[in-house]
Design a protein around this ligand. Structure first.
Ligand SMILES: C[S@@+](CC[C@H](N)C(=O)[O-])C[C@H]1O[C@@H](n2cnc3c(N)ncnc32)[C@H](O)[C@@H]1O
Length: 414
């Protein structure tokens, strides 16, 4: 591969704030700062509006157009306490953990989905068999075969090594903090349960080489390790302070002999392909985004702070560059999962579409977005999904299932 993440920069730059659809007032990105003669005086005397209010105003403007009558309920959900899932730590001696969680009426939504997938698979196999025998036995059998052939495709199986407990819809019980086992490893990790979906979509297979390009603080890295399937895991994050949190998570949840196999780095992910192009079977690109829920609730590290306007406007560009680096880091035939925790199509489907186009036109790499609609079917008891996504899937915050937002899309490199 001649060109890496950075060398594609001139091409990608055309997709900056000056490009159509990303300029001032563009839905999802907010207005660019305006030059004003009295700006300094204005800035000195204007009342400080908290970043959380700026975020809410921005979302009200854009998401009310995008989501229409569904926005008020989603807005209320974003402003309410979010739900968590308890990712069970398979490395801890935690035999009784599942029992205790089940005693409190929590269920492992991953194994529930796996059971559902299994019964759907058996159902469609039986249907196909029935269709076949009818076609052989009776008159007009050809028609019956066609009917059996049009039944929905069976869903792909779900990794059963990952276990994550959630309380049922409408139940807002909180998990108690995790406790250490005799070796000091914590029993479970509390996270937005929707964050597991990109990891499940990656579908890590035994001995896969896996790259987690934007890994810190490490919830998804930990989930990837729980599969027990990674032949090699590289966890990278440009931020050294956030990488320290990744180390803390590894130290608290993963035994020494396993964490020593994880390669932790702090490179700018956009440069990855220059370092190691085409080497990974599976790549997770969980990009920085407007973190919609955090932005309306927390003042700290808020991307809607006025001094971060430019950074926020450049997010889709950074996301695209990271996704391109992820595609270039993947082996032919390998998979990339891209994810954000934003509702904005500019950070979701548009980034995917542009990446597919650039991979083809600039690098002669063909990629296609995989159909993940079976996720909607398998996980509908736990999450509320959008039905409007052109590519990938989007978990919508809902008052009875207050997870997400979480967008994820899987690209297969030809
Ligand atoms: C959404 S967070 C990742 C969360 C993480 N995957 C998890 O599950 O805990 C996005 C991360 O991207 C990192 N990041 C931002 N720019 C980056 C870059 N150019 N290269 C690599 N990482 C970057 C940020 O430091 C941040 O930790």
């Amino acid at each position: 591969m001649a060109a890496g993440g950075r060398s594609v920069l001139p091409v990608l730059l055309r997709w900056g704030p000056g490009a159509p659809g990303l300029g001032p007032g563009t839905p999802g990105l907010g207005a660019a700062p305006r030059r004003h003669r009295h700006k300094e005086k204005w800035a000195a005397t204007a009342p400080r509006i908290p970043a959380t209010r700026l975020a809410l105003h921005h979302f009200d403007t854009n998401y009310s157009l995008q989501l229409r009558e569904r926005w008020p309920a989603m807005r209320a959900s974003l402003l309410c306490e979010q739900k968590y899932g308890a990712l069970v730590n398979n490395f801890a001696c935690a035999d009784h953990v599942a029992q205790e969680l089940e005693l409190h009426n929590a269920t492992d939504f991953v194994s529930e989905a796996a059971k559902k997938a299994q019964s759907l698979l058996q159902g469609s196999a039986a249907e196909a068999e029935k269709g076949e025998s009818t076609s052989q036995d009776g008159p007009g059998g050809g028609r019956t075969v066609t009917q059996a052939g049009t039944s929905p495709l069976p869903p792909a199986p779900v990794s059963s090594n990952i276990k994550c407990y959630t309380f049922p819809r409408g139940d807002i019980t909180r998990f108690r903090p995790a406790w250490p086992d005799t070796l000091g490893l914590l029993s479970y990790y509390l996270m937005d349960a929707a964050s597991l979906l990109p990891v499940l979509a990656l579908n890590v297979q035994p001995d896969d080489f896996v790259l987690d390009l934007c890994a810190a603080p490490g919830g998804k890295t930990l989930a990837l390790l729980q599969t027990g399937a990674c032949g090699h895991l590289a966890a990278n994050d440009v931020s050294t302070s956030r990488t320290k949190r990744l180390y803390q998570i590894l130290n608290s949840y993963v035994p020494k002999n396993v964490r020593e196999t994880v390669r932790v780095t702090s490179y700018d992910g956009r440069d990855w392909a220059e370092l190691e192009g085409g080497t990974f079977h599976k790549v997770l690109v969980d990009v920085p985004c407007t973190t919609d829920r955090h932005s309306v609730m927390e003042t700290d590290n808020n991307i809607f702070h006025r001094r971060r306007t430019k950074e926020r406007q450049m997010l889709p560009m950074l996301q695209l560059q990271l996704l391109m680096a992820g595609i270039l880091a993947t082996k032919p035939g390998g998979d990339v999962v891209y994810s954000t925790c934003s509702l904005s199509p500019l950070q979701n489907e548009y980034v995917i579409e542009r990446a597919i186009e650039i991979a083809e036109t600039q690098f002669n790499i063909m990629t296609h977005a995989e159909d993940l609609s079976h996720f909607r079917m398998l996980f509908q008891d736990t999450f509320s999904f959008s039905s409007d996504c052109r590519l990938g899937e989007l978990v919508l915050p809902h008052l009875t299932a207050n997870f997400g937002p979480m967008y994820f899309c899987k690209l297969r490199r030809a």
